[in-house]
Design a binder for this molecule. Structure first.
Ligand code: ADP
Length: 545
């Protein structure tokens, strides 16, 4: 092996220079790797952080790794008011910020932002070095300017610094915009939430595979739902079972038909029945495909109560007018016959006097019966209707009432069929007369064309049945159910001219039931009616309810 020639001094110097260069390049490389790692960190933050403070904090930290600064501040640009507002900074002081404000007024910040590349200004406060202004913008949208006070002069900056800072600033701008978007999306979401919670109606939305995605406060309180019911629950987990059952056909109609559907339902909530008007509307996703539905629940309690009050008011007015009419008719007749008796019928015309006096007498009986009904109603309502039970002859009572009624019904044929004798019965005779007067009176009154009025008394196993049948105007099925209700009068052309108060049958039912009996009616419109009641043989169990 040949012996190596010893190095001469110039060669050694050359090698040493090269080694130093390599070392410097190595350090530069290490710095570059450190900066790339720093960017990596910011990129991670951009993709994971939506907090403005964190983003800006990191921007300032990373900037200090690229350029040493004495103080710095991020000036955010508000496009709506065209002003820059100082945001987060390091080592800021009011005087420095005031200097920046005057630069803003001169349009320097806007100029840097519009230019889109960093700019160097001489330091305003005679500290030496210069100010470095780095614009933050993304996709042409100006976000702000990062303002740094550094110790360097203009020539100390290398192009590499500017490039790094611009890159960093743009990343931060994107992150700040994202955070802003997120914040405004959150604020809008909260706003919608508040709107829904402020609504009078209950609202629920089912979407994304029939999962509850909205349930407003009103729906929760209306349906008495526990706090455990949360978004994400299925319909049957979220809403009361009775409501879900009633809504199922409506949901099918809405989802299949695609049209809004409205339905009234009634569900038990907190020990009472809640009337609801439910509107379902199908929900579409942005691609136009159906994706669940929106339910709106309206509590009908108040609407119904109001309607009932209005109806009650109408019934009251009608009742007052009916009673006034019923009082005036016999009174007019009494007055007319009395005047004629006084003025025109001679003392010796005994027959006419007797006829007129008996008419007056009948009208007085009519008045007495009407007032009796009114008194009975008021006593029933106060729970004060008393019964004086004793043994009486029902057959004799029926005959008496029919004879009295016959006087008033020349066009009717009144018949009574009954066995020769009936088992002994106990009842309140006055009240039972009231029952017969009401039923026979109605049979006559509601057969304006006349006809047969038959009273039949039939002993049955469980008591005595009384049937009052007529050939009159009859009753439609829906009226048949209601004629025993207080104040109820059939409203039709055939009843329009027939007077009454709507009290008779309700009092009649009360009296029969108070005697332990029951009453019902059978009828067909235009074909007459049969009112039937059964009294128990013992006739016991009487007394006010
Ligand atoms: P009203 O004083 O109006 O006769 P009621 O309580 O006795 O009051 O009867 C209630 C309603 O029932 C009447 O207004 C009438 O429309 C109907 N009604 C009662 N009895 C008969 C009958 N025999 N035939 C047809 N309708 C009747």
């Amino acid at each position: 092996m040949a012996e190596a020639e010893p190095l001469v001094a110039p060669q050694i110097e050359e090698y040493e220079r090269r080694i130093a260069d390599l070392r410097a390049a190595n350090e530069g490389l290490r710095d570059a790797i450190a900066q790339i790692a720093a960017f990596q960190r910011l990129s991670n933050v951009i993709s994971t952080t939506l907090e403005h403070e964190k983003i800006v904090g990191l921007l300032l930290d990373l900037t200090s790794e690229i350029v040493e600064y004495r103080r710095c501040v991020l000036l955010l640009y508000d496009a709506a008011s065209n002003v820059f507002r100082a945001d987060i900074g390091r080592n800021t002081d009011p005087a420095w910020l005031e200097d920046i404000r005057s630069e803003e007024e001169e349009g320097i910040l806007a100029w840097v932002l519009a230019k889109g590349t960093p700019a160097i200004l001489p330091n305003l406060r005679g500290e030496g070095g210069g100010s470095l202004l780095v614009p933050l913008s993304v996709g042409g949208q100006g976000v702000g300017v990062l303002y740094l006070a550094t110790a360097y002069g203009g020539s100390d900056y290398v192009a590499q610094h500017f490039e790094m800072l611009s890159l960093l600033a743009n990343q931060a701008a994107a992150a700040i915009l994202n955070a802003r978007l997120m914040k405004s999306a959150e604020a809008f979401g909260q706003f919608l939430h508040n709107c829904l919670d402020s609504m009078q109606d209950g609202v629920f939305v089912l979407s994304g595979g029939d999962r509850l995605s909205v349930l407003n406060r009103q729906a929760r309180s209306m349906l008495g739902l526990p706090d455990a019911v949360r978004e994400g629950a299925s319909l049957s987990e979220a809403l009361p079972e009775t409501l879900v059952q009633q809504l199922e056909p409506q949901i099918v109609d809405t989802v299949v038909g695609g049209q809004p559907t409205v339905r009234e339902c009634e569900i038990p909530v907190g020990g009472r029945s809640l009337p609801l008007l439910v509107t379902l509307t199908s929900l579409h996703n942005p691609e136009g495909r159906r994706d669940g539905f929106i339910g709106v629940l309206r509590d009908l309690t108040q609407t119904r109560e109001l309607a009932q009050l209005r109806e009650l008011d109408e019934v009251k007015n009608e009742f007052v007018s009916n009673v006034s009419h019923e009082l005036r008719t016999p009174l007019t007749s009494i007055k007319a016959y009395t005047e004629t008796l006084l003025d025109s019928v001679g003392a010796d015309d005994v027959e006419t006097r007797r006829e007129f006096l008996s008419i007056i007498n009948e009208e007085c009986d009519r008045l007495t019966r009407l007032i009796g009904d009114l008194l009975s109603l008021s006593r029933i309502q106060r729970g004060k209707l008393e019964f004086h039970m004793a043994e009486h002859d029902l057959l004799a009572l029926a005959r008496r009432v029919m004879d009295a009624c016959a006087v008033d019904a020349p066009r009717h044929r009144l018949t009574l069929s009954a066995p020769d004798s009936l088992p002994p019965m106990r009842f309140d005779a006055d009240k039972m007369s009231q029952v017969f007067y009401n039923l026979v009176g109605n049979a006559i009154k509601y057969s304006p064309a006349g006809g047969k009025v038959e009273v039949e008394i039939v002993p049955r196993e469980d008591g005595i049945e009384v049937v009052v049948a007529d050939e009159g105007i009859g009753l439609a099925p829906h009226d048949l159910e209601k004629v025993f209700d207080k104040f109820y009068r059939v409203n039709s052309t055939s009843t329009a001219t027939i007077g009454g108060t709507g009290l008779g049958l309700s009092i009649t039912r009360f009296i029969v039931e108070a005697h332990g009996g029951r009453i019902w009616a059978e009828s067909e419109l235009g074909k007459g009616s049969r009112f039937r009641f059964v009294l128990p043989l013992a006739g016991a169990r009487a007394g006010g309810r």
